[in-house]
Design a protein around this ligand. Structure first.
Ligand SMILES: CC1=C(CCC(=O)O)c2cc3nc(cc4[nH]c(cc5[nH]c(cc1n2)c(C)c5CCC(=O)O)c(CCC(=O)O)c4C)C(CCC(=O)O)=C3C
Ligand SMILES: [Fe+2]
Length: 375
């Protein structure tokens, strides 16, 4: 295939992430950036600030992104894919607007965005697209030529995202004491979001049954559990549970919480639990604090052996999956045939979020979707 490594029409890839503080002085301004206009109770903010201070005010997410950039650049170079990769964040330096400004100044005209969020939801997809629109508006106000920005489809069911997590769960099980290993349950965890946001996640035809957010996670959980059974020969019961709830207590969010789940499993006589954070692409603060610190402390109080399985991070299989997705999208944009790679029952997500996908509470412009004002 002579054109196999042709990224035309794209001239750059943009790694778009959440961002996180890099020291104690960054924590409060970072939290202000994240929660501006989001109605998070003050108490919750103080509490979350403490999670960061416990780790020296440093979020693991930035080093994770640097490692992912290295892995992507190595993979692209090893495979002869000549596509520069830039990095910008929504909530901390390097800020998205600054990165896009640099890219525009360097003459990038067609930018493909890789978001470090694998699933549909307002927080995990549209909010990234809103921030892209905000940054494009800022460039427009500066009189700069606007690049065309597209976003890669959701990769939750790509084998390059799933396989490292299967390895992680198998390794976590192997690390449990032998006498409790075969009886261990799997707790797949993801970020809790308001149930109203979950219900309206994804394209309109995907609404119902918890919307795309829950269904995509359930598909990933089932795929991993099936693969783990094949690898270990043991059928480990599993459940999708939630973590990192914020927001006001009277607003319903997805449940059960991982800590309540551990208590409930323990009371039911389950001898051990592996917590698999499938909702996070790499080790974020939610993984280090909510699972490795808080949930593990709860399990220790209970006397319940638990392990936390690895996130995908900079696994070379994930980097290869991104190359595959970039080439797939480039072919589609050139009008060529593609066979999208996706495991599970849901099939490949769309390239373009349709109008009304993952609606916001208060509608705002969002780029890189069918309702983008920057087509
Ligand atoms: C679905 C989802 C993902 C996964 C998809 C994705 O990865 O994008 C995610 C990721 C992340 N969330 C992060 C941090 C925070 N999220 C907050 C608040 C919120 N998150 C929400 C949802 C999600 N969040 C929601 C519905 C809120 C309530 C406020 C609102 O409606 O907007 C708050 C405010 C304090 C609090 O309330 O907890 C913080 C500090 C970090 C950085 C971590 C690090 O530093 O390593 C990352 C990767
Ligand atoms: Fe969050």
């Amino acid at each position: 295939m002579p054109d196999a490594l042709d990224a035309t029409p794209y001239d750059a890839l943009l790694l778009l992430s959440f961002g996180g503080p890099e020291g104690p002085d960054d924590v409060v301004p970072f939290l202000e950036n994240v929660t501006r206009g989001r109605g998070i109770p003050k108490e919750r903010l103080k509490e979350v600030g403490q999670h960061y201070f416990l780790f020296g005010g440093v979020s693991p997410i930035n080093d994770q992104n640097r490692a992912l950039l290295d892995a992507l650049r190595k993979d692209f170079a090893d495979h002869g894919l000549d596509l520069p990769i830039h990095w910008g964040n929504r909530n901390w330096a390097p800020y998205l607007t600054d990165t896009l400004r640099e890219m525009a100044a360097e003459g990038r005209r067609r930018i493909l965005v890789l978001a470090t969020s694998a699933y549909a939801s307002y927080s995990g997809c549209r909010q990234y697209r809103e921030n892209l629109a905000d940054s494009l508006a800022a460039l427009e106000a500066e009189g700069l030529p606007l690049p065309k920005v597209d976003k890669l489809r959701h990769y939750f069911n790509h084998p390059g995202f799933l396989e490292p997590m299967v390895d992680g769960v198998v390794e976590a099980l192997a690390d449990l004491p032998e006498e409790v290993r075969d009886g261990a349950h799997l707790a797949f965890t993801t970020h809790s979001i308001p149930t109203a946001s979950a219900d309206s996640s994804g394209p309109v035809e995907d609404h119902g049954d918890g919307g795309a957010y829950v269904r995509q996670h359930l598909d990933v959980a089932r795929l991993i559990a099936d693969a783990v059974r094949e690898r270990t020969g043991v059928d480990h019961p599993w459940q999708l549970v939630y973590q990192s709830r914020s927001g006001a207590p009277h607003i319903p969010w997805l449940e059960p919480d991982i800590c309540d789940h551990l208590e409930e499993r323990h009371a039911a006589g389950v001898p051990a639990v592996v917590m698999a954070p499938i909702g996070f692409v790499s080790d974020h603060m939610e993984v280090l604090y909510d699972l490795d610190t808080e949930a593990k402390a709860r399990a220790a109080e209970l006397g319940l052996p638990v392990r936390r399985s690895a996130t995908v991070g900079a696994d070379p299989r994930f980097a290869a999956a991104i190359r595959d997705l970039v080439l797939e999208r480039a072919r589609t944009e050139r009008g060529q045939e593609v066979t999208p790679c996706a495991l599970g029952a849901l099939g490949a997500s769309r390239d373009l979020c349709p109008v009304g996908c993952c609606p916001a509470r208060a509608p705002r412009p969002a780029a890189a979707g069918a309702d983008s004002p920057y087509a």
